[in-house]
Unconditional design. Structure first.
Lengths: 162, 434, 230
């Protein structure tokens, strides 16, 4: 549970809010949820050319308890969906989900029995990054836009999240 | 059951005194329990969504059961609802680390059914790009394998070098991964003018970086200890489990489909099939590093042989309109071709329309076409009933089959060896689950 | 779920030491030259007279009855002139009974509609056998009924342990039951899935793709995902 859930109603803490949101945005740790081809591009985003460490995010935490951001990179099959939900539930607040690639966003080109047609059927998504697979620069763009969203988010919004 | 040694001096009764030699007596007193541990499907070291069920006796693995299906995408069924020329777009996403191999195998299977031969330029270009893809795939194996062992620098180096190869792919096909560049009948576009210069630059760049890898890893005592004598599987067991590729070659069998059952023009190149007698993870490491060298050798020969000419077969009933170049308006329309179909020939327009909307038809039949992918024998069993869509395509993925050997390779080892063994099998879950 | 090891029984079959009489699989062709299609056909017809053969695009296929599969594969593995140590592939193709429409959605794709009809529905199970020492390969095709309950084949995991995963996949995707398989469970779909997806009477699934101005697009929460695209 984040700080926002501990505050009594009706209290405004603008400076603290800005500080906390800024810190959260600049040290977001992603959880490893690389599934398919997008995972390779996500690893390439962590590679030396498109360095995700510039944004403080090269530590991909294996344990969801230590992570803030779940980048769902790849196609989510019917068998994997409960696992995805369980990992999401194990992450502690505040948490964000970035759906990377068209398979995670909407099922992609695989409009069939085997895939969940978009992870937003399973977890709430904050940022969708299309592409098949999205270039690492596109992923970084999505991450930066998400960071901007986090940096300007208020406690009231985040309290609603949980 | 050993008798506990008596302590040298008398001890009070409520003290349990254990010395090193009598550990068995203490352990046997406790019930012998087999612990079942679940690894995955979300796990940092299982190479994707692989779930392993380990039965452990302490730290020793008694049984390993791979549970797969977490990435099943129904690609084979989906391809039955798409035209033949749309097939490569789907199959390329199976083994997403070496996507051109999937496309190549499918295109060769369709070309076999059609009984056509692609132009020579397309054949040589395919081989160059395929061998670069083999190098990129082995680099990913090295990078992720190193990362799983804790050598994170290897990951950075591997991905950094791979980026240059991806630049080449992007310049030719437009995509870094999952290119859908090989089409039945040839390749999608002609190669760019600077293709040969780019390849030469890559061939200059790769050997010093591979020497860096060797310097970093080959005499590293931790790397040696973790890989040597781990995951032993001999040739007969390999064949019984259907294991092909670097694992079979590390067991001493020089079986490489490019040499023994040549396809797609490979018979014209002179290269060796590296093998090792060790049959353990270190042997596989040696084989894969040597294969990178051999791939560069093939590329060098292919570059010398690259002829001019068409890149798509001449037959207008099959050929995807591919001689299109980037126009001044930034759109890929060849003005000559457009002028021809719009202005000059109604039949050409109808043909173009039919080809783009329906695709071509393939005569009925069944083929099985295996290629040597970086993981082993990648086979496409294609069934056609004479329509414009595949009736059934079954993909024999090497990772799917090789995973069965993980059990026999891990028994008797420790849990940390399981990581190394699965890494040395190099499974790509997109291919395993399709 | 049954917990049997997929490798327990087959492991006993593989020899601990390579059998020197059964020459080690070293270089392709050292034990003997590859047999031509005619030689392979003659050798098989000698032992199994009712086997039909077919050569298409340079590939040899033997069509056998379900009862003969194990014997034929045993022969191919153990006979010196065949020496097929590697079962490369085991896959299935479904040819349903009755009239089957190959093309759907004719109105949207504009593709011509193809219909095929058969009296008897079969699942054709294909075995690709390969010899490493002799460098030849061929295919064995078995047609089993596709009716649930009658769709059975004997397993070959005791001959080729690699068939374990392959047979589970054919069971999962086509519904063919392999008698004697140590661990016949679904392998790609979840264990409690109903239906066998690669059969032709199983729909592709997915969601209805709607285009702008085509019809009203409900939000993901309101879509009925049980509606399947035919």
């Amino acid at each position: 549970m984040g700080l926002e859930n501990k505050l009594p109603n009706g209290v405004l803490l603008t400076n603290l809010e800005r500080f906390v949101s800024y810190s959260r945005s600049t040290s977001m740790w992603p959880a490893t949820f690389g599934l398919a081809c997008c995972a390779i591009e996500m690893m390439a985003a962590g590679g030396p050319r498109h360095d995700i460490g510039r944004f403080g995010m090269e530590v991909f935490r294996a344990s969801p308890r230590q992570a803030d951001l779940m980048i769902v990179a790849g196609r989510v099959s019917q068998k994997m969906a409960p696992v995805l939900r369980r990992i999401y539930d194990q992450m502690s607040d505040p948490k964000w989900v970035l759906s990377m690639g068209v398979c995670a966003t909407s099922g992609g080109m695989f409009n069939n029995y085997a895939l969940v047609q978009g992870v937003d059927h399973v977890v709430p998504v904050d940022m969708y990054v299309p592409g098949c697979p999205p270039r690492p620069e596109m992923l970084l763009d999505g991450i930066l836009k998400l960071r901007e969203q986090v940096r300007t988010s208020t406690f009231a919004e985040l309290a609603d999240q949980s | 059951m050993s008798v506990p040694t008596q302590p040298p001096t008398p001890r009070p009764d409520d003290e349990l005194w254990v010395e090193g030699a009598d550990w068995e007596s203490v352990v046997d007193a406790v019930d012998d329990e087999r612990l079942t541990v679940n690894m995955g499907p979300q796990h940092p070291s299982t190479h994707g969504v692989l779930r392993l069920l380990l039965e452990l006796d302490g730290e020793i693995v008694e049984k390993l059961q791979p549970l797969i299906g977490y990435l099943h995408t129904g690609i084979e069924k989906n391809a039955e609802y798409r035209a033949w020329h749309q097939g490569p777009t789907f199959f390329t996403r199976m083994d997403y680390v070496a996507p051109l191999y999937n496309e190549h195998a499918f295109c060769l299977a369709v070309e076999k059914l059609l009984d056509i031969r692609v132009p020579e330029r397309a054949e040589v270009a395919r081989i160059i790009l395929l061998e670069f893809n083999r190098i990129a795939s082995h680099l990913i194996w090295l990078a992720t394998g190193g990362m799983e062992l804790g050598a994170t620098t290897v990951m950075t180096m591997g991905f950094g070098l791979r980026e240059h190869i991806l630049d080449l792919f992007e310049s030719q096909s437009g995509l870094r991964m999952n290119h859908a560049f090989f089409r039945p009948g040839g390749i999608a576009n002609d190669l760019t003018d600077d293709f040969e210069a780019r390849c030469e630059a890559l061939l200059e760049m790769i050997p010093p970086k591979m020497r860096d890898f060797e310097d970093l890893l080959r005499r590293n005592p931790i790397f040696n200890d973790r890989l040597r004598d781990v995951g032993y599987i001999d040739a007969d067991t390999c064949l019984a489990y259907g294991v092909t590729g670097p694992i079979l070659r590390a067991a001493g069998v020089p079986w490489d489909l490019r040499k023994t059952q040549p396809y797609g023009g490979y018979e014209r190149y002179d290269f060796e099939v590296p093998t090792s007698d060790l049959a353990d993870c270190w042997g596989r490491f040696e084989v894969r590093v040597a294969e990178i060298d051999q791939s560069m050798r093939i590329i060098r020969q292919a570059l010398d042989q690259l002829p001019a000419g068409r890149v798509m077969v001449e037959d207008k009933h099959i050929a995807w309109p591919s001689q299109q170049s980037l126009g001044a308006d930034g759109v890929g329309n060849d003005p000559e071709y457009i002028r021809h179909i719009m202005g000059e020939s109604m039949e050409a327009l109808i043909n173009h329309f039919k080809l783009v909307t329906q695709g071509f038809t393939v005569p009925p039949g069944q083929v099985y076409l295996p290629v040597e992918s970086p993981r082993g024998e990648l086979g496409y069993a294609v069934t056609s009933t004479g329509t414009n869509k595949p009736y059934r395509v079954h993909v024999r993925e090497p990772s799917f089959v090789n995973l069965q050997a993980a059990d026999v390779m891990s028994r008797g080892g420790s849990v940390s060896d399981v990581i190394v063994i699965v890494a040395s099998l190099d499974p790509i879950m997109g291919g395993v689950d399709r | 779920m049954s917990d049997q090891s997929p490798a327990a029984e087959p492991l006993a079959e593989t020899p601990a030491q390579p059998d020197p009489a059964h020459a080690p699989a070293t270089i392709a062709g050292t034990v003997g030259p590859p047999l031509s299609h005619e030689a392979l056909t003659l050798a098989v017809l000698e032992r199994f007279p009712n086997v039909r053969t077919h050569v298409h695009r340079g590939e040899l296929t033997f069509f056998v009855a379900p009862e003969q599969v194990v014997d034929l594969l045993t022969f191919c593995r153990d006979a010196d002139e065949f020496d097929c140590a590697l079962l490369s592939d085991l896959s299935g193709v479904h040819f349903p009974a009755g009239e089957h429409v190959i093309e759907r959605q004719v109105s949207t794709t504009g593709w011509p509609e193809h219909r095929v009809s058969r009296d008897v529905g079969v699942v054709e199970v294909l075995y690709v056998l390969r010899s490493i020492t002799r460098n030849h390969w061929f295919r064995v095709s078995v047609a089993v009924s596709d009716v649930e309950g009658e769709s059975r084949l004997p397993t070959v995991t005791h001959l080729f342990p690699t068939a374990n995963f392959h047979e589970r996949e054919v069971f999962d995707m086509f519904g063919v039951v392999f008698d004697g398989h140590p661990n016949l469970e679904r392998i790609l779909m979840p264990e409690d899935w109903l239906g066998h997806p690669h059969r032709k009477d199983y729909p592709l699934g997915g969601v209805d793709i709607t285009y702008k101005n085509d019809k009203f697009i409900p939000s993901p929460h309101e879509r009925d995902l049980r509606e399947i695209v035919e």
